[in-house]
Design a protein around this ligand. Structure first.
Ligand code: PLP
Length: 424
């Protein structure tokens, strides 16, 4: 408790949020980098893992390690149960109708590739169109480009304005009778914009166009209800949701998944195989060929339990107030330029420092123990839109604090001094 009181001004909000207590769940945060306490502000690239997740993965290998859906022995039954329990946790987490709609994959990237292959290759033909936005992650551009290349189809792009919001007037929604799919990010990983995806989904559905939502940056920050949103596909990665790397989720409406051919062939995705004919397994196994990432899926289940125990309804306002604080602090200095001012955003902030290349900023901050991301953030079209080749990006999680933002600003001031002395 002494610890809590020492930090009461910043750590415990009016909501009763105790960030110092939460930080104890994340062993990595105790580390020193270059002799300074680690300040981890690169959560949009990957979030840190609480010991509950690390232990769940450990426990799988220590006690339950076995293949799933095969053996009748006890370990296999335990492993299968843990794997399928995690599927139910994911179903509840995004409020899907059925477990058959939850496919485990390697990450958001593989989920999008799965849809591009299994849905795209059977649905998209020559001269057809796929609609994206100008703020997509490369993972939600390149698979569609590859499909278009193969099929002679085209990409259409919803533009964004100077603030970093999509232009969603009727004129800017490039839907027509040739549009076969809309693939749109829920939240921009580069500038933090929350897109009004319901509006796009409704407009697309008026024309019977299915919509894929890239939820890699929304699932970690606020409650997502796929039935309420009405999206046809929703994808996210476990590792950005405090879970292990190498595991992610594709949600798809059952009717669409039923109609799609398998993505990969192998074990587990079949019911029977002869050299003449193979009968495919039912959903969701049809799309899960081979031994999956069992420990990763188990860890993702533990991550979802952890997020529930903290509470998204607590996480959201805390992250919002922390983001507001960071924006105010950064805006104090005329030599820091914030990139994008979206109407609605998550805790992802891009900026540039006058006269210092983002990579140099990142290197100097690292010397202070501060981890931010610098570069194009796998979103080169966003950088191009703002006339930049790179930015600095800080991305906050619910274990970050105001003190850490103060330290970031202090380190930026120091960097600025070093560089202006050099120039003089
Ligand atoms: C990180 C990210 C992806 C890709 O996720 P992986 O885990 O690398 O597969 C896709 N879209 C967005 C918006 C992202 O932030």
């Amino acid at each position: 408790m002494g610890r809590v009181n020492n930090h009461s001004a910043a750590g415990v909000t009016a909501l009763g949020w105790d960030v110092w207590n939460i930080r104890r769940d994340f062993p990595i945060l105790k580390q020193k980098i270059h002799g300074k306490p680690l300040i981890y502000l690169d959560n949009a690239a990957t979030a840190q893992k609480p010991h509950q997740v690390i232990e769940a993965v450990n426990r799988f290998y220590l006690e339950d390690c076995s293949n799933i859906h095969r053996g009748v022995h006890t370990l296999s039954e335990r492993a299968t149960k843990a794997y399928e329990n995690a599927r139910e946790k994911v179903r509840q987490f995004i409020n899907a109708k059925s477990n058959k709609e939850i496919i485990f994959v390697r990450g958001a990237t593989e989920a999008i590739n799965l849809v591009a292959q299994a849905f795209g290759r059977t649905t998209v033909g020559a001269m057809d169109e796929i609609v994206l936005s100008s703020m997509e992650h490369h993972s939600n551009i390149v698979p569609w480009q590859m499909l278009c290349e193969e099929k002679g189809a085209h990409l259409r792009v919803i533009p964004m304005n100077e603030e970093g919001d999509l232009n969603l007037d009727k004129v800017n929604l490039p839907f027509n009778e040739r549009t076969k799919l809309v693939a749109l990010t829920h939240v921009s990983n580069a500038i933090g914009t929350i897109n009004p995806i319901r509006k796009v989904i409704e407009a697309a559905h008026l024309r019977n166009i299915p919509v894929l939502i890239d939820g890699a940056q929304s699932a970690p920050h606020f409650r997502v209800d796929v039935q309420q949103l009405g999206c046809d596909f929703y994808v996210f990665s476990g590792h950005k949701l405090y879970g292990p790397t190498g595991v992610g989720v594709l949600y798809g409406k059952q009717s669409l998944l039923e109609r799609m051919p398998p993505y990969q062939g192998g074990g587990d995705m079949i019911r029977s195989v002869t050299f003449e004919k193979t009968v495919f397994n039912e959903l969701p196994y049809k799309f899960e060929a081979g031994t999956p990432n069992i420990s990763g899926v188990t860890g993702l289940g533990a991550a979802i339990d952890y997020v529930h125990s903290v509470g998204l309804e607590q996480i959201e306002p805390y992250e919002r107030s922390l983001t507001q604080y960071a924006l105010e602090q950064l805006a104090t200095y005329p030599w820091i330029r914030l990139i994008g001012r979206p109407r609605e955003r998550v805790s992802v902030i891009s900026f540039v420092v006058d006269g210092i290349h983002p990579h140099d900023v990142g290197t100097i901050l690292d010397q202070e123990g501060i981890a931010i991301r610098t570069g194009h953030h796998c979103a080169q079209p966003v950088m191009e839109h703002f006339g930049l080749s790179a930015t600095c990006r800080l991305s906050l999680a619910f274990y970050n604090t105001r003190e850490e933002i103060d330290a970031l600003v202090g380190a930026l001031k120091k960097a600025r001094e070093v560089f202006s002395n050099d120039g003089a």
